[in-house]
Design a protein around this ligand. Structure first.
Ligand code: GLY
Length: 257
């Protein structure tokens, strides 16, 4: 992975508990979510990243999941068009920041939809989940942009996998290998790839994030942490209970570039 020097985050706002979720784990505690987000920002800094903190949004309960509203690859930014109608206008909250940081940026246009959580960069390839949030038109628009950057886009249809919100809810690319949750094992592009296959009870930890040689992993999933440490990686475990209640993972909480 390229070195990351910066990240954009947005702490959860007062309406966080009104966001979209299918987790069935109860309502999140906002003050605990804010403390967990504080620790997340600290971890980014420990990985050598400057953190830009955007203000919390009350109007958009899911806006803390900033990864879904832009895709940044090799220093090129593309605003997305989130697939959930309640999230579509979150893009407007981040446009000025993207415009300030990047000389030029593109945007997914209708009828395309795309959530950044469906985009898994893996070396010179980029896997894009076709999901309830990301459609073929959105993936194709991103694919054309990626092609101009010398990357190959491969679509992965995850619509038949029950309970899988985004592609990166079930896979991550870390240090040249995939971390794969059981529900994603059968996905065709992953066969034959170097991978850590994790257990049924540790699916949530598949959404881990490599930053400059360290890996952020959700706390409470010891076998995933041990597998990563066993491959020589430095693991930073982070409490994520309140974000898990809202279907969010570690990657969802930042845009890294
Ligand atoms: N709550 C995150 C999402 O559904 O997009």
């Amino acid at each position: 992975m390229p070195a990351f020097t910066r990240a954009i985050v947005r702490p959860p706002g007062p309406s966080f508990a009104k966001g979209l979720t299918s987790a069935g784990k109860g309502a999140p505690d906002l003050s605990l979510a804010l403390a967990q987000h504080d620790a997340y920002r600290d971890a980014l800094r420990r990985c050598g990243v400057d953190v830009f903190e955007l203000p919390p949004s009350d109007a958009f309960p899911d806006a803390t999941f900033v990864e879904d509203v832009a895709v940044i690859v090799d220093g090129h930014a593309m605003l997305t068009r989130p697939g959930a109608p309640s999230r579509r206008d979150e893009v407007g909250l981040i446009r000025d920041k993207i415009a300030a940081l990047f000389d030029h940026y593109d945007a997914i246009a209708a009828p395309g939809t795309l959530d950044g959580g469906d985009v898994c960069e893996a070396g010179d390839r980029c896997f894009v989940g076709i999901s309830d949030r990301t459609n073929e038109a959105g993936a194709d628009q991103l694919g054309r942009r990626l092609e101009s950057l010398g990357k190959r886009m491969e679509k992965v249809d995850i619509r038949s996998i029950r309970g899988l919100l985004h592609l990166k809810s079930a896979i991550a690319f870390v240090n040249g290998m995939f971390v794969v949750a059981p529900i994603a094992r059968a996905l065709p592009p992953l066969s034959g790839e170097p991978a850590i296959y994790i257990g049924d009870d540790e699916t949530y930890a598949a959404n881990c994030v490599e930053i400059n040689g360290r890996v952020l992993v959700a706390a409470g999933f010891p076998r995933v942490s041990a597998a990563l440490k066993g491959r020589g990686l430095t693991v930073i475990e982070l409490q994520m209970s309140e974000f898990e209640k809202m279907d969010g993972g570690l990657s969802c909480l930042s845009l890294r570039f």
